[in-house]
Structure formats: C-alpha cells, structure tokens
Design a protein around this ligand. Structure first.
Ligand code: KG4
Ligand code: ZN
Length: 337
C-alpha cells in the first residue's frame, strides 16, 4: 500500500496545497496573491493575511481534487523555512493543528531542499530523475546556490550569491523597465522576440563559485537613464532587445560558475530548480550542454519550478520513509540553514 502525503507551502506570496500518492501528484493547487502587483513587490503583512484567507479553501480543494478523504492521509508536510516569517507561521500553524486533529505525523521541510527534490516527482512525460551525486543550480527570487547533492537530504552549498538572487535580478531589471512584479516571466516572454546581442552589460568578477547580481541592476539603471535623456520612449522602442540582452547576461553569469563547478567536482549530472529554472534561456543553455555531450541535464516540469506544494509533499515523502518527523514545538526559520 502506498503513502498519501499532504504538502503545504506558504513561504512567500503563494498559498499552495498538494496531495501525493508515493511519488505521484494527485493534486497541486496554488492560490496566487494579486494584491502585491499594486506595490511592485511582496508586502509581508499582506501576504500573511492572504495566506490566512486562502489556506483552508486551498487545502479543502486539494483533498477534493485528489479524491481522497482527510482520514486517508499518512502525514502532513509543510514548509518550515526559509521565507517570510508571517507567511510561514500560517502554514506551520495549520499543519500542526491538522496533524494533531488527524493524529498523523508532522514533517518539516526546507523550501530550498524541496525545490531540488521536485526533480523526483514521478510524471508520465517526465520520467528522468538524477542519480546521486549531482549538482543543482537552485535559482529563485530569494536564493541562488550551486548545491552538491549526495543524497536526498545530504546537500552542500558550494557556491551562492553574495548579494541579490538571480530571480531578484530579473525582477529588479523588469521594475526599472516599468514592468509589473514579478517581472522575470515577462522578461523571458519579451526576450523571445529580441536580439540578445543588442546591448551589453558587464559581467561581475567573483572568486570561487559565488555569484553577484547587484552590479547588473546598477548598470541597467545608469544605461537606461542615459538613453532616456535623449530618447524618452527608448524602453518602449527596445523592450524586446533589452529583455533579451538582460536575460542573456543573467544566464551567461549563471552558466559560467556552474560550468566551473562541474569541472572542479568532475560531476556531469547537472540539474536546475527554483522559479528561475522556468526561464527559457536558462533551459536552452543547459540543454545545449547536453546536446554537446558534456552533461546529463535534469530540469523539473514547468509546474514544479516556481513555488508549489507538490515539491513540499515529495520532500515529505522521502522524510516519511525515514521516519523523520517533527513535533508541535517546531518553529519556522527565515534564513537558509
Ligand atoms: O522559487 P520561486 O517561485 O519563489 C521563491 O522561492 O523565490 O521563484 C520566484 C522567482 C521570481 O523572481 C520570478 O521572477 C522568477 O522566479 N521567475 C522567472 C521566470 N519564472 C519565474 N525568472 C525568469 N524567467 C522566468 N520564466
Ligand atoms: Zn521557491
């Protein structure tokens, strides 16, 4: 008999609930919070309020979509961090009460580990999961890490950003261009029609396997300020080329350190995960290395790239198999550990 796990994700601005049966997703629901669009970024206080409103209906609908009764669940997995504290508290409190009410185990999940474990979700069109060890470039709105993954929960960060995350770089560049939040997917969309060689932005020089993206934001800001001085509609006229050039810069920077990490470790199994792994330029760059015979490449299905509860549930599943449970005293944490 298999295992039913309920996953709950509430680390940022999406309230998500998923039900899995072993490694198969039966339901994966996400309630987005449009309210933040008015502010150009996530407002933590508003995010926790929206989670509070969304969490019961989202979980209720996930159970109905999965076509199971709550009494059939074997365990509840929830994101315990990193993330926004007020947002995490909503998911954690609900998970604790629900596990108590149903008298089933409670499992805490690290959001960044879950992004990586999304590669192990079983899917008809997506059968390929990496063997250990592999390298994973985990790129989201809050983090950019190169992770050496030796086992499901044996993960070592061997490189990371010293300032902004890659998703933040996309979102900040989009904001400077006057695009709504989150701008990453929009830059990706406009980039498809643009010339990536139209404009050049400097690449940071960072030692080791670390990243830096804060300089890119400043160089885009100054470049556009100068252009707008002589041509007030410069951004409108060059939206596609600007997007393509910015995207190429970010992808080139990500790929350079990733290639260095592959050379240094001798590992050829390379994965990406996190919101920015939805980016078509980054996907293409990885697949290009696979076509050239350099790497075996692993990319999560589109639906499991950005924040979702299916990845929390699959991480919960592997912890369930190890009897790795937590108790009612567990408290959320904000920073990666
Ligand atoms: O993992 P995620 O959903 O949330 C965090 O844990 O941060 O990542 C969200 C980030 C945002 O910065 C968003 O702009 C970026 O992922 N993102 C993209 C794309 N889709 C999402 N960035 C570039 N291209 C995309 N297609
Ligand atoms: Zn995330």
């Amino acid at each position: 008999m298999g295992v039913y796990i309920l996953g709950i994700e509430s680390s940022c601005d999406d309230t998500s609930a998923a039900v899995i049966y072993d490694r198969k997703v039966l339901a994966n629901l996400i309630a987005n919070q449009d309210i933040h669009k008015n502010y150009g970024g996530v407002v933590p206080e508003l995010a926790s309020r929206a989670h509070q409103q969304n969490i019961v209906p989202v979980i209720d609908k996930a159970l109905r979509d999965a076509n199971i009764h709550k009494n059939q669940l074997h365990a509840i997995a929830f994101t315990n961090g990193p993330g926004l504290l007020g947002s995490l508290l909503v998911g954690a409190s609900f998970a604790k009460s629900f596990s108590l009410a149903l008298n089933i185990p409670l499992i805490e999940v690290n959001h960044m580990h879950a992004h990586i474990l999304s590669l192990f979700i079983e899917d008809e069109q997506h059968k390929k999961a990496p063997d250990f060890p592999f390298l994973c470039l985990t790129v989201s709105g809050g983090h950019t890490q190169i992770v050496l993954v030796k086992d499901f929960f044996d993960m070592t960060v061997i490189g990371q950003t010293i300032d902004d995350a890659a998703g933040e770089a996309f979102d900040k560049a989009a904001k400077i261009m006057g695009l709504p939040y989150p701008g990453g997917p929009l830059i990706d969309k406009y980039a498809q029609e643009g010339n990536a060689k139209a404009f050049r932005f400097p690449h940071p020089v960072v030692p080791g396997l670390d990243y830096s993206f804060s300089g890119l934001k400043t160089s885009i800001l100054y470049f556009l300020r100068d252009q707008l001085a002589s041509d007030p509609i410069f951004i409108e006229n060059n939206k596609n080329d600007l997007s393509a050039s910015i995207q190429k810069t970010i992808v080139d920077v990500l790929m350079k350190q990733l290639k260095k990490a592959a050379r240094q470790t001798g590992i050829r199994r390379i994965a990406i995960a996190g919101g920015v792994s939805a980016n078509s330029g980054l996907r293409k760059a990885l697949l290009h290395e696979e076509e050239r015979g350099n790497w075996d490449v692993y990319i999560p299905k589109f639906a499991y790239c950005t924040d979702n509860a299916a990845m929390i549930a699959i991480a919960g599943y592997y912890k369930y198999l190890r009897n790795d449970f937590t108790d009612q005293q567990v408290v959320p944490f904000t920073r990666y550990k």
